[in-house]
Every structure is written in structure tokens, then in C-alpha cells.
Design a protein around this ligand. Sequence first.
Ligand code: ATP
Length: 307
Amino acid sequence: MNEFVLRTHQLTKQYKSQTALDRVDLSIRQGTIYGFIGQNGAGKSTLMKLVTGLAFPTSGTVELFGSTGSAELVKARKRMGVSIENPALYPLLTASENLEAHRLQQGIPGRETVKRTLELVGLSGTGRKKARNFSLGMKQRLALGVALLGSPEFLILDEPTNGLDPMGVVEMRDLLTKLNREMGITILISSHILSELHLLATHYGIIHKGKLLEQLTSRELQEKCRQFIHIKVDRPERAAAVIERELSTTAFEVTNDGSIRLFAYLDRPATVSAALVGEGLALEQFMPMGEDLESYFTSRIGGGEHA
Ligand SMILES: Nc1ncnc2c1ncn2[C@@H]1O[C@H](COP(=O)(O)OP(=O)(O)OP(=O)(O)O)[C@@H](O)[C@H]1O
């Protein structure tokens, strides 16, 4: 089986004068949850539409399950479940009736599929309640149910947590984690809020103004968002020696400007300052620092503006 579920090669989409996607090389490995992060208008939906066949690229290729030819792609897309933009739900039908209508439309055999899907997305208890009376979280889960009807190996979800309250975000995250871990479904999920993908995505792609700025693993992201104590002293080499000897840690680095980033003792800053001052060092700066997820994202796309 192909290791990559999806790869795009120099994928570009031009709408008149607007370049919605600019030579994007994205890759998603089987079994991962790929968080696709970008501001409104960055090009997330456009990429998803090209992958799902709802729009055609101006240039470049989509490779899905190893296939690139148009006839092969039609076949490969049958292995995919999709929820892009407003979910096509029937407001006057119940959750069960909605799924049944979509099952028939998509020609998916077996009535029991509906019951199984309702259970999977946690909506089996909704009975006669019509979709128009559902909370946003329930509607999003029902839309996810529609995407799951064909037992896909790959799910593409455009902003499924958009507008949900924190509890709704957690529920959606738990559900998607379950689909990934227990059923092995690979997931591409977009959002304009990085923290909503946090604890869910195993990989990230950051897109800005149609360009894929960076792809990184959650571990790499965590590393980049590492918290530390920023220390500026008159004699950094001496301070480094004191930290090693008095605090018994090598979890620090001396940066080019001579300041020290200490990754340990975050919960005991007074111990650190006392050790340094005790050795006669003059503390010029001493503060906890580090980027959180959102500021990392903002700094990346800010940098992208001048790229
Ligand atoms: N059919 C279209 N015709 C013209 N321009 C379009 C069309 N679809 C998208 N665009 C433009 O392409 C760019 C990327 O849009 P896209 O919808 O992919 O962004 P997005 O990252 O999904 O943002 P959002 O979260 O707002 O949907 C935007 O500037 C948008 O205005």
C-alpha cells in the first residue's frame, strides 16, 4: 500500500488575477492527522476542492493513493470522505433520515450503515429531533457522519470546528482522534485557529496567501513553542557554568547575542536567580519567555509576507 495518501506537486490555482494556490507541494502520510492551518482566504478550501475534484488546477498535479491520471483519480476519490464548507444537511429531516437520504444518493449499500454511523458520531440518541433544531456541534457531527457513510480511508474536513464552543471543539477532537486511532482513518483538517488543531493533529501545514510556508510534525511544533527562562547577564559563560554546577542541568543554550535560554526550572525561577546572583553575576534581564501556538503561527505568516 502506498505510504502517501495525498501528495500535491506544484499545485497552482489561478482565479483571474488571484493566485489562490501557488506551487504547493504538500504530502500526507497514511495514518496521520494533518492540520492545515491558514487565515481566511489563505487557500485551504481551494486545495481541498482540487483534491476532491470540485475544481481543476491551473497547473500542477494531485496524487491520491498513488494515482495521478484523471480516470484513476475518480476511482481513488471513492476511498475518500469529504465535508467542505456548509454541510449539505436537510433541516426538516432527523439525523437518521439525513444519513439515509445521503446513503441513497451516494448509492451506498446496507441500511445498517446509517445506524452504525449515527453511533459513531454520537447522534443515535437524537430520535425525532429535526436537524434544524440541532446545536452547531451536532450539525458538524452529522456532516461528519455524511462524510463517513462510504467507510472512507481518508477524510477531508474543512473547518469542522469553526464556530464551535470549547466543549464542541473537544468533542470533535475526541471523535476525530477515535476515527484515526481505532479505524486508521487518515485525516486532513483545516482551521484558521492553530490551537483548535492542537492535541489533535500529528502533522501541520501552514499556508499563507496561497503558499505552503512550512510542514512540520507536532513534535517539531512543540519544540518551536518551547517555554524557557530568558537570562541576560554581564558574563554569560560564567552564568552557563553556574547553571551547570549549581542547578545540575544542561537544558539551556547560549544564543548569538549572549543571552541564555534555560528550559528547566520554569517552575522555580527564584532558585535560578538566587544561584546567579549568589555568584556575583549582574542580572540585566530575567523573564519567562517562549511562543505559544498562536504567536508561532502569527510570526510564521508575518515572516511569509516578506518572503
Ligand atoms: N471561485 C472563486 N473565484 C475567484 N476567487 C476565488 C474563488 N474561490 C476562492 N477564491 C479566492 O482564492 C483565495 C483562497 O480562497 P480559499 O477559499 O481557498 O481560502 P481559505 O483558506 O479556505 O479561506 P476561508 O477560511 O475563508 O474559506 C481567496 O483570495 C479567495 O477570494
